[in-house]
Design a protein around this ligand. Structure first.
Ligand SMILES: [Zn+2]
Length: 519
């Protein structure tokens, strides 16, 4: 079949060389229209979530890419950089239009004399076949993306390799896979001084997996565009020091602490000295100049910089960190890179939020089973997915309701009941909005919320599920703290003592009785 297609392409190429540019343009236009039509049909073909949806997205992506290629070609033809199109139109519009016509006719005849029995296949045939393949996919067309067994064709994540890398990082809390699954995006929890080259390597590895997985599971998502946005957002957050896990004093403050002083108002160092030690120190620091010494020394040093550029100053004046400052800015650069990678992990964690929460459930379920049970249920899963493929009627869905587990739209009353038309705002997440209760419920365990809670100084435990207002969270936290206080173990009344005949007393009674010699 492949060989046949190749011969076909060669023939076409032979044809194209003699084909007029106008005809090429017409063909690209036709192709684009047919592609638009095919894409529309693909989108109207409501696929079941899971394998079918992913395959449908891949088909759509393929059509879209082809559309863009055709558009580029077409644009080049219209731009007509080599002037051939203009030439052709001139040849057709006279004065020798008849000679042109006969020479073209001759070309056509020659072609068919050389290739007798040549049948022209209209483009519609190809698209008809695409439509047929969609409705009755072959085995090959069922697996448009490659997934590992563990990934269940885009249902779950497989972070085992990333997990291996993670627990082998130095100085990092060792956790089990399930915990890792829930916390791998809480990178702000890791102390800054642990974020070294090995950590960066780990981030790159994790990102490579997440990106590859996202490409397979959501082929229509423009990851490049998404990452550009992440970068923009990150740069802004980094500059004002609000990026999670990298507070301001550690980054922006490295270059210059201290406050500049306008020296033009001072005519002698004695006047400067009147400002006092601390003010002089901060003015010197602002210039990056040595800031120690007595009041007099500081004032003289500062005054000597008056009216000069920093570069013209005696190098001996500069603080010892001057050579190191280049090192520091390299350090800042390195940290910024790591921060940027973290920002990307955060975004992927959001994009893959659903798969991640199913993975968590799946891992938990698997851990609770014996080996035999596991094998059995794996078989079941395959059987299930086989039977799924049999009925492929298109469900009627005018209200565009989400699809249920059976691939059919859920009833409207259920849609309302589940509140899927509602979005939720969480103040702890900086008034971030979540659509539908499922995403909202999930978010309490995710990085944005966890970070918000951390900023409030509250442990993100189950007590605080569903609390979205900062005020409520703080109130609940102080209440929990005070009940913990009263619940604390009191050995006086709660420690149990037993006498030789098996009677149980608390500590106080036991000691009282013992002192009286009654035991
Ligand atoms: Zn939240």
């Amino acid at each position: 079949m492949v060989a046949g297609a190749k011969v076909e392409i060669e023939k076409r190429l032979a044809f194209i060389t003699m084909e007029a540019l106008l005809e090429q343009q017409r063909r690209y236009h036709e192709e684009r229209e047919r592609l638009t039509d095919a894409m529309t049909k693909e989108m109207l073909h409501s696929a079941k979530p899971g394998r079918e949806q992913i395959n449908s997205d891949h088909r759509l992506r393929h059509l879209l890419d082809r559309y863009q290629e055709g558009t580029t070609e077409l644009k080049e033809l219209y731009e007509d950089k080599d002037g051939l199109r203009k030439e052709e139109i001139q040849a057709l519009s006279g004065p020798n239009e008849f000679a042109e016509f006969y020479s073209r006719l001759k070309g056509l005849r020659d072609f068919h004399r050389k290739h007798p029995n040549e049948i022209s296949i209209p483009m519609s045939v190809e698209f008809d076949e695409l439509a047929k393949a969609r409705d009755n996919p072959s085995d090959e067309a069922q697996n448009l993306a490659e997934f590992a067994d563990e990934e269940g064709y885009g249902k779950y994540l497989d972070l085992h390799e990333c997990y291996e890398k993670y627990i082998n990082l130095k100085g990092i809390e060792k956790v089990d896979y399930l915990t890792y699954m829930s916390t791998f995006d809480q990178l702000f929890e890791i102390p800054k001084d642990k974020k070294n080259a090995a950590y960066k390597e780990y981030l790159l590895f994790l990102l490579e997996y997440l990106e590859g997985y996202t490409q397979r599971v959501r082929p229509l998502l423009d990851i490049g565009d998404e990452m550009d946005n992440v970068k923009l957002e990150f740069e802004a957050q980094w500059t004002d020091g609000s990026f999670p896990g990298w507070p301001k004093e550690a980054t922006g403050a490295l270059a210059h602490t201290g406050a500049h002083l306008d020296l033009s108002a001072f005519s002698s160092w004695e006047e400067l000295a009147s400002l006092g030690l601390d003010r002089l120190k901060s003015a010197l620091m602002a210039l990056g100049v040595k800031c120690g010494g007595t009041l007099e020394e500081r004032a003289i040093r500062l005054f000597s910089t008056k009216g000069k550029n920093l570069e013209d100053l005696d190098p001996a004046l500069f603080a010892k960190s001057k050579p190191g400052r280049a090192g520091k800015s390299r350090d800042t650069e390195r940290q910024r890179e790591i921060g940027n990678l973290e920002a990307q992990v955060y975004r992927f964690a959001e994009v893959l939020s659903e798969q991640r929460s199913s993975t968590r459930d799946n891992v938990q379920r698997k851990q609770a089973r014996t080996g035999e049970e596991r094998e059995e249920s794996d078989d079941e899963q395959y059987a299930e997915s086989d039977s799924d493929n049999d009925d492929d009627d298109v469900p009627y869905n005018p209200k565009n309701l989400p699809l249920g587990w059976d691939g059919k739209p859920i009833p409207y009353w259920l849609y309302k009941l589940h509140g899927l038309n509602i979005s939720y705002t969480c103040e702890i997440c900086g008034n971030f909005t979540y659509k539908g209760p499922k995403a909202f419920q999930r978010h309490f365990a995710e990085w944005r919320h966890a970070h918000g809670m951390r900023c409030l100084g509250i442990p993100n435990t189950a007590h605080f599920a569903n609390v979205t207002l900062i005020e409520d969270a703080l109130a609940l936290w102080s209440k929990i703290k005070s009940t913990k206080e009263t619940d604390r173990w009191k050995s006086e009344t709660e420690e149990e003592y037993e006498d030789t005949s098996g009677n149980v007393f608390n500590k106080k009674t036991y000691e009282d009785l013992k002192r009286q010699g009654l035991l």
